[in-house]
Design a protein around this ligand. Structure first.
Ligand code: NI
Length: 255
């Protein structure tokens, strides 16, 4: 029973074969998929997917790329969506100083407001951090986000920072890039973080793991991330699968 803790199955790239993708995931042993929103429209789609497919759960939120689309009305609409069935988190939210698709001050405001929303409705958050390590940690601390729960998705920071997160009770999710030859830093993270604080994800349709790198990613490939973690930690694949699923179910409060 694998848990893909982060997949964008609402993406247009799945419009022609979404049912097949979800069927293949099931056939590969995936029992749960968390589908976060990236903007308001995709948050709505995410909620729809969760109502259509048993194995899919939703998060709603505005991604830092789309922070410029956020306003008070969108925030209220997101709040409304959090009341829908199977909405288990606010996400994905955070900062992306690599692409800078939205101005940084707007990204910061959007991030803080959505942490506020998560606290108001008592849901944990799913955090995107690209090239903004220090600021993400500061904002999470200042806004007391650790009170509701923090999941660092597709974690790309240092092992040292990962330890600080774990110390604050946050979870670290590992994605496809851990399978790449250049993954030295993430390999250190996997070695450092106790299995009790790890999750696995695909971030489909992006970040496809080896041996499918370059193709569209899908949830059935999450097993390659689990295999790599087992290899790095020198433990059985079964243990990695069992623990990461248990962690995700506990985090998202899925029975
Ligand atoms: Ni994502």
């Amino acid at each position: 029973m694998l848990f893909d803790s982060h997949a964008h199955l609402d993406a247009r790239k799945f419009d022609n074969d979404r049912d097949d993708v979800i069927r293949r995931a099931k056939e590969s042993g995936v029992s749960y998929i968390m589908n976060p929103g990236a903007d308001f429209e995709s948050s709505v789609k995410s909620v729809e997917l969760a109502s259509k497919y048993d194995m899919i759960y939703a998060a709603v939120g505005v991604h830092p790329h789309d922070a410029k689309t956020m306003d008070d009305m969108i925030l209220q609409l997101l709040k409304g969506l959090t009341k829908k069935p199977k909405v288990m988190a606010v996400g994905e939210i955070g900062l992306d100083f690599h692409y800078d698709y939205s101005p940084r001050d707007i990204q910061r405001k959007c991030f803080r407001e959505q942490i506020g929303l998560a606290k108001e409705v008592n849901l944990p958050i799913i955090v995107h951090d690209r090239k903004a390590n220090n600021e993400v940690m500061s904002i999470l601390r200042e806004e007391k986000a650790f009170d509701v729960g923090v999941l660092m998705h597709c974690y790309s920071g240092s092992a040292e920072l990962a330890s600080q997160y774990v110390h604050k009770g946050a979870y670290i999710s590992i994605a496809g890039p851990v399978t790449f030859k250049s993954a030295r830093k993430t390999v250190e993270v996997v070695k450092t973080v106790p299995l009790d604080y790890l999750m696995i994800e695909t971030d489909s349709p992006y970040l496809t793991p080896h041996p499918y790198r370059g193709k569209r990613n899908e949830s059935s490939y999450v097993k390659y991330v689990a295999e790599k973690i087992a290899e790095i930690k020198e433990i059985s694949l079964e243990e990695v699968i069992e623990k990461t699923t248990e962690n995700a179910k506990r985090y998202f409060k899925i029975k």
